[in-house]
Design a binder for this molecule. Structure first.
Ligand SMILES: Cc1cc2nc3c(=O)[nH]c(=O)nc-3n(C[C@H](O)[C@H](O)[C@H](O)COP(=O)(O)OP(=O)(O)OC[C@H]3O[C@@H](n4cnc5c(N)ncnc54)[C@H](O)[C@@H]3O)c2cc1C
Length: 445
């Protein structure tokens, strides 16, 4: 009897549940990681996303070997061929996989014709299990995030003094909506130079021409847990202290403002949500930081991130096809080429996505989604674009954010009203309208 483990590309954590289930027999439990060309050709992924995931997988495979695991790494067309060869070569009788976060990937694994028993181990990358979320949601009239978040604060004892929230309030968001009136001095993000593994992946993605969307270089994202921890460290020291006040602000040429830049690492498993939350909480107590900034950040990870995941596991399978308003306009070409729009807010946000695979939350919500909603674009086309274009995109986080929060295509399961705003909002919260050919106070046909 030999148990083998298949580590998926977004499960890159030594303590992930499938690896942990075999930790006592690690010398006798072969591990496999697979890059599949067929899988990534379903949509035109941002080239940096391909580099990020594959480079992080290759680095993680090396770390596993160093830790004493017997690792096979395959880069092929499909998943079934290398899996079955490896199963045979290693005499694997049971294949263990940590439950995938994305439903389409679960269905893919279930459809594979495998020559051994397949076991899914419950996913330990989120704070709330599917069952716990279901339990919380059961019987509620509405599933407002704010109540879920408060439950999380109590359950994990984060920013709590006994049964009361630190500072006497659960939420300090009112202090976090400052418009960028004056010239702001924003912190410099921590970026990395590609090492030889990453450079090999960059060269390979270029030569295979797997996608042409997005600039592949300069590639500056971290690809290891150690680098992700450095980003977290720099965040808590240099960005968290002033994370709050300008959280909703947008400024021409400013790609990241005070945002954390942690989602690519959290979503790959290089960082875990609770360690990120605890790091922010520790910084609050040790450095006497402003509560509106720290609470505002913790709400994103303990509240929004867990809530979006929980909801994804809770809603029906047809959620991705929802279209409450019956919107059918096709996605404009400029989503794939920012130079084809002269509306400055769109141009700035789309250009940034081409360069980095990243835009911050308010650009995603109040520029890209807001435009898509009020222009009546098909929710499914918009969701497909977001999934393709963003470095941190996965099905579990995309469906609820785009179909639910961004476009209200689920009819209000998630949001109490659509996030639809005129250019007045953009003009108030950014300097994008300055010099833009479209006048914010006027309607354009
Ligand atoms: C239309 C739309 C699409 C989005 N697509 C994605 C996506 O593909 N992947 C993704 O991780 N997030 C997505 N988000 C949520 C959010 O915008 C990003 O998590 C955030 O911008 C990532 O940048 P950051 O790490 O600098 O975040 P910060 O603004 O610094 O926030 C800190 C962390 O909170 C978490 N977080 C905050 N809001 C959310 C949310 N709504 N859902 C999930 N996590 C959240 C993230 O892990 C993030 O790293 C989307 C939001 C919208 C409105």
């Amino acid at each position: 009897m030999t148990t083998g483990i298949w580590v998926l590309g977004d499960q890159l954590w030594m303590e992930q549940a499938a690896l942990q289930s075999c930790i006592e027999e690690k010398a006798r439990s072969p591990v496999i990681l697979i890059e599949s060309r067929n899988w990534v050709q379903q949509r035109p992924y941002h080239q940096q996303k391909l580099v990020l995931v594959w480079s992080a997988m290759r680095h993680f495979a090396a770390e596993l070997r160093q830790a004493g695991w017997l690792v096979t790494y395959e880069s092929t067309d499909d998943f079934a061929t290398p899996l079955n060869q490896w199963v045979k070569a290693n005499g694997v009788t049971e294949l263990r996989v940590m439950m995938p976060s994305d439903r389409p990937f679960l269905h893919l694994i279930q459809s594979l014709d495998l020559s051994c028993k397949l076991t899914f181990v419950p996913n330990n990358h989120f704070l709330w299990t599917d069952q716990e979320f279901k339990q919380w949601a059961k019987g509620r009239k509405n599933l407002l995030m704010e109540f879920f978040y408060r439950e999380g604060r109590k359950r994990f004892q984060v920013l709590m003094e006994g049964s009361q929230p630190t500072g006497g309030e659960w939420n300090f968001d009112k202090q976090n909506r400052k418009p960028p009136k004056s010239k702001l001095k924003t912190p410099t993000p921590l970026w990395f130079e590609p090492d030889t593994i990453t450079q090999d992946v960059i060269d390979w993605v270029k030569s295979e021409k797997l996608s042409t969307y997005g600039k592949i270089e300069p590639f500056r994202w971290g690809v290891t847990r150690q680098q992700a921890l450095q980003v977290l460290d720099v965040f808590t020291q240099e960005r968290l202290p002033t994370f709050g006040p300008y959280q909703d602000a947008m400024v021409t040429g400013e790609e990241t403002m005070w945002h954390a830049l942690l989602s690519p690492y959290l979503n790959l498993g290089l960082l875990q949500p609770l360690e990120v939350i605890r790091a922010a909480e520790r910084a609050y107590y040790q450095h006497d930081l402003d509560l509106n900034s720290v609470e505002g950040f913790i709400r994103q990870v303990l509240g929004w991130r867990e809530y979006m995941h929980g909801l994804y596991t809770y809603v029906d399978d047809d959620y991705s096809q929802r279209n409450w308003f019956g919107h059918t306009q096709p996605l404009p070409e400029f989503f794939w080429d920012a130079d084809k729009t002269d509306m400055n807010c769109l141009h700035q946000s789309l250009k940034q996505v081409e360069n980095l695979g990243y835009a911050h939350h308010i650009q995603r919500l109040m520029v890209l989604s807001n435009f898509s909603l009020i222009a009546g674009l098909s929710p499914q086309e918009v969701e497909n674009w977001f999934h393709a274009a963003f470095i941190d995109a996965y099905d579990w986080v995309m469906q609820t954010n785009v179909i639910g929060m961004g476009l209200f295509a689920d009819g209000g399961i998630l949001a109490s009203k659509p996030y639809a705003a005129s250019a007045n909002y953009i003009n108030k919260m950014s300097n994008y309208c300055k010099g833009c050919g479209y006048k914010s106070g006027r309607s354009h046909g």
